[in-house]
Design a protein around this ligand. Structure first.
Ligand SMILES: NC(=O)c1ccc[n+]([C@@H]2O[C@H](COP(=O)([O-])OP(=O)(O)OC[C@H]3O[C@@H](n4cnc5c(N)ncnc54)[C@H](O)[C@@H]3O)[C@@H](O)[C@H]2O)c1
Length: 428
């Protein structure tokens, strides 16, 4: 059973756990100690991304062995394991057995307690703060998919866990993969070095099709409310955070990165649903983020089929622009004319290559704060759109809106909360 107590655990409890795990980790981080030849990895959330992340972890380092899996559904775990076992290049390093295959709402803790060194967190977003807290409390290195929370209390929990990870010399690698893409890294480096002058505005779009095929919303006879919602998690705000937080957040993270981690002071947003669907999420948002420095960043996102779709970043500076949209000149133009011509690499693989290299070297990477901040930026946009109010950074960070229930019971009724209506839905 998942309890609210886990999300808001008091700091003294965390500190006691920290002492135990730091002693273990300091040995691993000591350069005089040979690195272990085997790094045991456990996966929590055996869906599409989790299966991919496990494969990338196995490919990143020849000493990696996948030893434990967790999912709330046995069929998801089984199909992930079957897929991974078909990968000839890594199949001989998959040591998952029935005894290390855990199913249920508490399966994550069993993976963490199974003797792994690293956990890959790739479940439905609602559970990330608790999974991250438990992993760090147990002294595990973490790969943490985005988004890292769906509400303000979740973000505060993630920030506390990120600080705890730092104290324990643990690596925390986020799934904000664009930060590991060679082309995007070179582009941001150019912009940060002044190639377009001073940054004045960013216009980002995340216009994509729907995920109706993956999450059809059909309900099989006998399925409880919780099972139906978990199987179709994307369309429920309490589970996914809505598509601004769940998907378009990649652009939000690029905005944060381009802004050198300066966070917006406030957000104003519009949004709604134009194509009827089950659940309570929107299908379009447009958010304007305002910064103390005078910069404004806007992000529009929508999920519609049969329309013109593309994902873009336009960055306007005092002496040039960068764009990657199909309808614009690609690259940097203006004072500097530049286009990336270097090698391309799979950013998802780069993430794991760098994570396991950091673990081997005893030089932890920690994306904890940036992953929490980017997620909060997206939550702030959703809060502004849902309510129609101006939402400040502090308001979002200190929000008491709790989307994830204190306890989850497979059989308890879980009515779907009403879809937000701007002007009527209150800021919490
Ligand atoms: N970085 C990227 O580009 C990228 C790409 C795809 C997905 N993702 C992220 O990865 C996460 C998973 O996405 P996905 O596409 O794999 O979804 P998915 O539905 O395919 O997989 C999620 C899995 O988590 C399981 N799960 C749900 N609650 C759980 C819990 N409490 N404990 C253990 N398992 C649980 C589900 O049963 C499911 O098997 C999402 O947060 C998504 O945003 C990131």
């Amino acid at each position: 059973m998942l309890t609210r107590r886990h999300f808001l655990r008091n700091s003294s409890t965390v500190a006691v756990g920290g002492l135990v795990a730091s002693a273990t980790l300091s040995r691993a981080a000591d350069s005089s100690t040979p690195a272990p030849s085997v790094i045991k990895v456990g996966l929590i959330g055996c869906g599409g991304r989790g299966t991919g992340a496990a494969l990338q972890a196995l490919k990143a380092d020849p000493g990696v062995r996948l030893t434990a899996l967790a999912d709330v559904f046995a069929d998801r775990l089984d199909s992930s394991l079957a897929t991974l076992k078909k990968m000839a290049a890594v199949a001989n390093r998959i040591d998952v057995t029935p005894a290390t295959s855990f199913v249920g709402l508490d399966a994550y803790q069993k993976v963490i307690d199974s003797g792994v060194d690293v956990v890959l967190l790739a479940s439905t977003p609602a559970f990330r703060p608790e999974h991250f807290r438990a992993a760090v409390a147990a002294g595990k290195h973490v790969f943490c998919e985005k988004p890292v929370a769906v509400d303000g209390p979740g973000i505060r929990s993630v920030l506390a866990s990120a600080a705890e990870a730092q104290r324990k010399n643990l690596s925390v690698m986020s799934g904000f993969c664009w930060r590991y893409d060679p082309r995007m890294r070179a582009t941001v480096a150019q912009i940060h070095a002044g190639a377009i002058g001073d940054l004045r505005a960013i216009i980002a779009t995340y216009h994509t099709g729907t995920l109706t095929t993956k999450f059809p919303g059909t309900r099989t006879p006998g399925q409880t409310d919780l099972e139906w919602q978990l199987r179709n998690w994307y369309n429920f705000t309490w589970l996914s955070g809505d598509h601004l937080v769940e998907q378009a957040i990649h652009n939000v993270d690029k905005i944060a990165w381009l802004m050198k981690q300066e966070m917006p002071t406030q957000a104003i947003a519009v949004g709604g649903r134009t194509v009827p669907a089950y659940g309570n999420t929107y299908d379009n948002f447009s958010v304007a983020y305002e910064y103390a420095s005078g910069v404004r960043a806007t992000l529009s996102c929508r999920q519609h089929d049969g329309v013109y779709n593309e994902v873009t970043d336009y960055v306007m500076g005092t002496e040039g622009i960068f764009s990657n949209g199909r309808l614009a000149t690609q690259g940097i133009t203006g004072k500097t004319n530049w286009k990336y011509t270097g090698p391309t690499r799979d950013m998802y693989q780069v993430e794991h290559d760098e994570l396991f290299a950091a673990i081997r070297a005893g030089k932890p990477v920690n994306d904890g704060i940036s992953m929490a901040h980017s997620t909060l930026m997206a939550i702030m946009g959703r809060m502004a759109a849902y309510t129609g109010q101006v939402v400040t950074w502090d308001r979002a960070l200190n929000s008491e809106e709790v989307l994830v229930p204190a306890t989850l019971d497979w059989n308890a009724p879980r009515p779907v909360a009403a879809r937000a209506i701007p002007g009527q839905t209150k800021l919490a």
